[in-house]
Ligand binder design. Structure first.
Ligand code: LLP
Length: 421
């Protein structure tokens, strides 16, 4: 199902024509579909329905409160990586006992806040971290339920910047060290190892690396149990990749069957932390063409969105589909354009030599598959205000984060007295 489709020649989000949203909020803006968010979540929950498994939405993919709330209402837990994300998850209605706190560098303040909230699990990534957690937990008189994130040294076959499971990556404890690390941790006051966690990377479109990692985790589980640890849960990390261009990610049913084949007899509850696959194709970024700039060597479509709004192409050479909001005549000749934003960097390029139908100034275009790692990674570079986020639900839409004015941006800054004279 795509929530974004042409109807009567105009791209709609569910039943809302995108030009209506553009008229109400201006461009550029992010637009998310409730139906798509719900469908993606239900597909995950449904695929794992027969297993003792829970979905903890990776809030980092899209942390808007309304998005979190949409998942919370369906029973989701959350995977968070900062105190701020934990506050968001709680504010979005996800109970603390369904929240997992991940990340390689938690501060003591974050640990304290998580323990005080009654967090479900803290995924720890080093001995210094578990020692700090032990001190914090002891000072609060509580026991921290922990997993160690193990680094299984598996090649995730994804973009190097989002691969996390090789031994040279900063994440997790070395697989071959895990037995020793669990033993050390179990002796610490205020620490109870209850789980093993693994996450090898994002945008994985092949089951093989997942399988390799999970098999290593299952083998470790046996060893840890023999050593007397009461491990009851396995946290299997992020979810499947999505289709941006022509990738064919595995079926959720096949993924769930693979997980069952490895973990089905282990008597462990499974935690899944999908982010991208829940929100990526539930969102688009809508932008206006400012100019079409002819040149001797290249022609450029200059749009009003820029790398500060959607950084994935600049950061990872990521591909995002680009379509006009007005349905093009199928007979119209497509020609190659570079699609660029107004920021003063050559890296502010969304697409090189993309074949596009004729476009002119003020035309609306949509960047597809932008619901994950889009708005959350945006900045105000070039004093470009963060762009609005809009949530569609059937024929309704609501602004779920308004566009700040430049005055509001300036008001957040301070000029010291010595500069005022
Ligand atoms: N769990 C952990 C511990 C993670 O580090 C991540 C993502 C996830 C779950 C969610 O993974 P997903 O289901 O979304 O694949 N900014 C990059 C992606 C960074 C992913 C970081 N970790 C991008 O735009 O492609």
């Amino acid at each position: 199902m795509s929530a974004f489709a042409y109807r009567n020649g105009v791209l709609h989000a569910e039943s809302v024509p995108l030009p209506a949203i553009a008229a109400a909020v201006g461009t550029p803006f992010y637009c998310y579909s409730t139906a798509a968010l719900e469908a993606h979540y239900s597909a995950y929950a449904g695929a794992f329905a027969g297993q003792d498994a829970g979905v903890c939405y990776a809030v980092k993919a899209n942390s808007n409160l309304a998005v979190i709330r949409t998942f919370a209402r369906l029973g989701a837990g959350a995977d968070v990586v900062s105190g701020g994300e934990m506050q968001r998850a709680l504010a979005g209605g996800i109970p603390a006992d369904r929240i997992v706190f991940s990340g390689v560098g938690k501060t003591r303040e974050e640990m304290r806040a998580a323990l005080q909230a009654g967090i479900h699990q803290i995924n720890v990534e080093s001995i210094p971290e578990v020692e700090a957690l032990s001190e914090v937990a002891s000072s609060l008189g509580v026991v921290a339920p922990i997993a160690f994130r193990v680094n299984p040294d598996v090649d995730a076959k994804t973009h190097a910047k989002i691969a996390t499971g090789k031994k040279e990556n900063k994440f997790g404890i070395d697989y071959d060290h895990a037995r020793e690390v669990y033993a050390q941790a179990a002796k610490l006051p205020g620490i109870k190892p209850v789980a093993i966690a693994v996450h090898i990377g994002s945008q994985l479109t092949d089951l093989a690396p997942f399988r390799a990692a999970y098999e290593r985790v299952a083998a470790l589980l046996h060893v840890l149990r023999e050593d007397g640890h009461d491990i009851q849960r396995l946290d299997l990390g992020g979810g499947l990749g999505i289709t941006y261009k022509n990738e064919t990610p595995p079926d959720l049913a096949d993924y769930a069957a693979m997980v069952r084949s490895i973990t089905g007899n282990l008597g462990c509850r499974i935690t899944l932390e999908p982010g991208r696959s829940l929100v990526g194709n539930a969102g688009i970024l809508v932008s206006s063409v400012i100019f079409v700039k002819p040149g001797l060597h290249r022609r450029f479509v200059i749009v009003d969105a820029a790398m500060n709004d959607l950084i994935r192409p600049a950061l990872y050479e990521a591909y995002h589909g680009i379509v006009p909001v007005t349905e093009p005549d199928p007979a119209a000749l497509k020609e190659p354009f570079d699609v660029v934003g107004p920021v003063c960097e050559s890296g502010d390029t969304f697409a090189l030599q993309r074949l596009l139908p004729p476009l002119g100034a003020d035309d609306l275009v949509a960047f597809l598959s932008a619901g994950a790692y889009g708005a959350v990674m945006s900045s105000t570079y070039n004093t470009r205000p963060l762009i609005p986020e809009v949530l569609v639900n059937g024929s309704d839409f609501a602004v779920i984060r308004p566009r700040p004015t430049v005055e509001e941006m300036l008001a957040a800054e301070r000029v010291p007295d010595w500069l005022k004279a």
